[in-house]
Write a protein that binds this ligand. Structure first.
Ligand code: NAI
Length: 215
């Protein structure tokens, strides 16, 4: 990550990437910052400011070359590499994630699914058999895996993370509601949908406050 780049900028880059991907699919070749701003509901100056963090990619009077910007943002986000991933916990959430083909678009490739429930052993999700956690060590020593997705009960998350780290995993996408204590060289990204819901609730409450004042 570029030094000093905030999480908010990185989140917006992911959004730019998504929108630019859609424009590329629609064969749009170039777009002005004003037009990009309109479809994304982000000000044109914000877009320029965000992209200037990485040297800027627009040309005065031309706007942005969609394909080029898409590919450059992809590189910034590290999407020009394959990211082999495994998933731990093939329950409701794990199965939903494993079933999502959207991962592949960004180079994220699910290569293994693990659980402890013997009833799930061998069941395939999008062609991948669910394996038992006892196979994890051998699997990791024979396959290149970069990211582990934790969709298991929070009581199991810490010890599973330790096992993964001991076996070379450097990045964890953590859905379990627990803050993992990991070494500095292990990157953890926590995803908590309930926090997003609370943000929605806050914004709704704020909106109502101003709206109620006006009426
Ligand atoms: P679930 O009970 O349907 O699935 C959990 C799965 O993990 C089961 O198949 C179980 O056999 C497996 N498991 C248990 N211990 C394991 C271990 N040591 N190694 C591998 N697999 C193991 O639960 P659900 O609804 O899929 O939730 C999974 C986790 O995700 C929970 O911690 C839940 O709190 C969390 N969650 C987080 C959300 C978020 O926004 N971050 C949203 C929904 C759930």
């Amino acid at each position: 990550m570029e030094k000093g780049i905030s999480g908010a900028v990185i989140r917006r880059l992911s959004r730019y990437y998504r929108y630019l991907g859609e424009l590329t699919e629609k064969k749009v070749e170039r777009i002005s910052s004003g037009e990009l701003s309109r479809i994304m509901h982000v000000t044109a100056s914000q877009i320029r400011q965000d992209l200037n963090n990485f040297g800027g990619f627009g040309q005065q009077g031309y706007g942005y070359n969609v394909k080029y910007l898409y590919s450059e943002i992809g590189k910034i986000l590290g999407l020009d590499f394959q990211h082999p991933m495994i998933l731990l916990g093939a329950g409701n959430l794990g199965t939903a994630l494993a079933n999502s083909p959207d991962f592949e678009k960004g180079g994220f490739r699910l290569v293994g699914i693990f659980d402890i429930n013997p009833e799930l052993e061998g069941i395939c999700i999008r062609g991948l058999p669910i394996r038992m956690i006892s196979e994890l060590k051998d699997f990791l020593s024979s396959q290149k895996v970069e990211i582990a997705i934790l969709t298991l009960p929070k009581e199991q998350a810490a010890q599973t993370a330790d096992l993964l780290i001991d076996n070379g995993i450097k990045a964890i996408w953590n859905f379990a509601h627990i803050d993992l204590d990991t070494p500095e060289d292990v990157i953890v990204e926590n995803v908590h949908l309930s926090e997003s819901l609370m943000t929605l609730s806050y914004n709704l409450t704020e909106y109502r406050k101003t709206h109620d004042k006006k009426s």
